[in-house]
Design a protein around this ligand. Sequence first.
Ligand code: SF4
Ligand code: MG
Length: 326
Amino acid sequence: RQALLDVDDLVVDYGVHEPVRAVDHVSLRVRRGEFVGIVGESGCGKSTLLYAVARLLSPPARIVSGQVDFAGHQMVQLTEDELRPIRWRDYSVVMQSAMNALNPVLSIGAQLRDAMAAHERVPAAQMRQRSEEVLRLVGIDPIHLTSYPHQLSGGMRQRAMIAMALVFRPDLIIMDEPTSALDVVAQRSLMRRVKALQEEFGFAVLFVTHDMSLVSHYSDRLAIMYAGQMVELGPTREVFAHARHPYSTGLLGAFPSLRGERRELTGIPGAPPDLRHPPRGCRFQPRCPKVMDVCREDPPPYQVGGTDLVRCHLYGPDASERQESR
Ligand code: SF4
Ligand code: MG
């Protein structure tokens, strides 16, 4: 079955003279109605990947190569004029901070109206009805159509953003840490609402977060990024039960010790590499508890296609040989 979104070998650089490769040959497919989480430490390229897919990157970031097929649209090639009719209608974006994304001098109702008016001619009464509808969907009393962003709580502002993203019932909603500004209780309630809406309307979600536990309950598949690369991708339950890449294991908070016990770690020792000078071989090798000689020389093999991926010499085509000869 054809994917709704097919990201193929996407490369994004920052800067021109000494470019930093923020997204390094990433491939990812999202099916209709699927919830895909992308997890990784800050600076791993996950937000950049989202903004590249949504065609919202601004200089000095630029797509260097690769393709993004979204419902038959070749996103990388589209001009701003060609993007306008499909943005919001076919896909929408919810940013990390609604405070930055919402217009502070317009009421919520006016912003919903503007979003609709930009796409179609809708009679005022119908616009109002639709605005009330989407606010109710996200659990905001329509009385707040006349409220300004600063009059709403952080959680309500994020929900207002989601209401705007839902106005046209798009096929795909792209979310960049939409709950990170909220406390844990507000985070959970927002996530539950997003999931319920997704189940009701069947849109696909591409969701970025640094919080593994947040996506664990809601995503169908999980992609783990490290230093601009996707290092593991698989069904969420599989990844949680049997994470393969040592970085994923570390993110999950437990490296199996030599005696087979699980040892709790608060994090992974060390820091991600400077992307201007990534390490030779595997990008994770300076921090990897399972590093082998080959890891310091050769970049691990990369498996595209299917629903699973792991970028690590422990699982490459020669892995069994390697493990036998050790
Ligand atoms: Fe660790 Fe080697 Fe796998 Fe990289 S390729 S994650 S260094 S075992
Ligand atoms: Mg980010």
